[in-house]
Design a protein around this ligand. Structure first.
Ligand code: 3PG
Ligand code: MG
Length: 423
């Protein structure tokens, strides 16, 4: 068991006391000969019938391999895409089962053409100890997204124990994530434990000083996140398009930059709250601007008070990056969600990449704990070639954001409650 796990401390989540110490890990449970019904997040990109990115597969593989090694019959459940109750060719989990077989050549992997019912039962019944069945997309059944108890019962009939190893899906109150925990003894998988431990260490119990780096286009999509972070962090770096709205709130004129005028009041309110709780909001000092957002567009660097009228801000400038590096040298924990600039369009990723390299370097030197998450962020770290050097990179997108915003994730809450009932 992971004794130093921050997941074993109480987390004040969304004003409710969610006791994460009640979440039971599957590690150490006797699974020999048992059918372990395991919810994973195989919501992965499929291109031409082939899995295009195996990250989510490889991250959950240790749990599957461990259970198989210990003699369980592993029954894997997942969703893929948003088929809304109707099977479609591009949302089948068949290509994922094929890829799993490639990744686990020594293990028998079977595939069932339905997530429940006779087809699923037949395949599960044939499983021997150490074998794995991947069931078809749970969202092919309308009951999944309705958190329907009868569908949960149909799933529960296929297992003796339930394991949730899908942190990145656990912001959904769906049958295979929530309702099912009322029906089977329920545990967290290794990836789930790692996710809630890493996020706990960075958000709930960080070693201080702690800095959050946030970015992305819009304040409007991250109000909860920013509100929660200003009350918990020592420094909050605001980057991306969001920074523009904060700069506007401070009275700067930003030319043709993306701004959310209707959120200036919100930005002012956030800065006020930050002040009250001793959190410094860090904005750029200089910026990279261009007349258009286009690969290789002509660009220039200017101070935030000198943005030319016909240009838009697309990245942090060199002075801003140097300022962030000076700050980083003094903090102990970094939580990162969102790029600083338009990183997908070269050369406007330089600020994000430079900062990513610096966080990676300090982490490798043992000076920093760094936790990152969110689709864009992970893509940016991969592009910078440093994702492996961070302390922890979450596989979650929406779930990571909801956690940062202080929400109780239904799938995680259900594990904690199921654990409480068992105590
Ligand atoms: C994700 O990819 O973020 C999760 O698998 C959740 O998928 P969803 O947004 O379709 O619920
Ligand atoms: Mg999503």
């Amino acid at each position: 068991m992971n004794e130093r796990s921050a997941a074993r401390k109480e987390a004040n989540v969304g004003g409710r006391r969610l006791d994460l110490s009640k979440v039971r890990s599957i590690d150490g449970v006797d699974v020999r000969g048992k059918r372990v019904l395991m919810r994973v997040d195989f919501n992965v990109p499929i291109e031409n019938g082939v899995v295009a990115d195996t990250t989510r597969l490889t991250r959950v593989l240790p749990t599957i391999a461990k259970l198989a090694r210990e003699g369980a019959k592993v029954v894997v459940l997942s969703h893929l895409g948003r088929p809304k109750g109707t099977p479609t060719p591009d949302t089948s989990l068949k290509p994922v089962a094929t890829k799993m077989q490639e990744l686990m050549p020594g293990t028998v992997i079977r595939f069932a053409a339905a997530p429940s019912g006779e087809d699923a039962k037949r395949v599960v019944d044939t499983l021997k100890r150490g074998e794995v069945a991947v069931l078809e997309n749970v969202r092919y059944h309308k009951g999944e997204e309705k958190n329907d108890r009868d569908f949960a019962k149909a799933l529960a009939a296929l297992g003796d124990l339930y394991v949730n190893d899908a942190f990145s899906s656990s912001h959904r109150a769906h049958a295979s994530l929530e309702a099912i925990t009322d029906l089977l003894p329920s545990y967290a998988g290794l990836l789930m434990m790692a996710e809630i431990t890493a996020l706990g260490e960075a958000l709930e119990q960080p070693e201080r000083p702690v800095m959050a780096i946030t970015g992305g286009a819009k304040v409007s999509t991250k109000i909860e996140v920013l509100t929660n972070l200003v009350s918990r962090m020592d420094q909050l770096v605001v980057g991306g398009g969001m920074a523009n709205t904060f700069l506007l709130a401070k009275g700067f004129t930003l030319g043709a930059s993306l701004v959310e005028r209707d959120l200036v009041v919100t930005a002012k309110g956030l800065m006020g709250r930050a002040d009250e709780s001793g959190c410094e909001v860090v904005l750029p000092i200089d910026v990279v601007v261009a007349k258009e957002l286009k690969v290789g567009a002509d660009w220039q660097v200017c101070g935030v008070s000198g943005v030319p009228a016909d240009t838009m801000i697309l990245d942090f400038g060199p002075q801003s990056v140097a300022d962030l590096k000076r700050r980083l040298a003094k903090v102990k924990t970094v939580l990162w969600n969102g790029p600083l600039g338009a990183f997908e369009t070269p050369p406007f990723g330089e600020g994000t990449f430079a900062l990513a390299r610096d966080v990676a370097k300090l982490t490798k030197a043992g000076k920093l704990v760094s936790v990152a998450g969110g689709g864009d962020t992970v893509r940016a770290l991969n592009e910078a070639g440093v994702a492996d050097d961070f302390s922890y990179v979450s596989t979650a997108g929406g779930a990571f954001l909801e956690w940062l915003g202080g929400a109780e994730l239904p799938g995680v809450g259900a594990l904690a409650r199921s654990g409480s009932r068992a105590h």
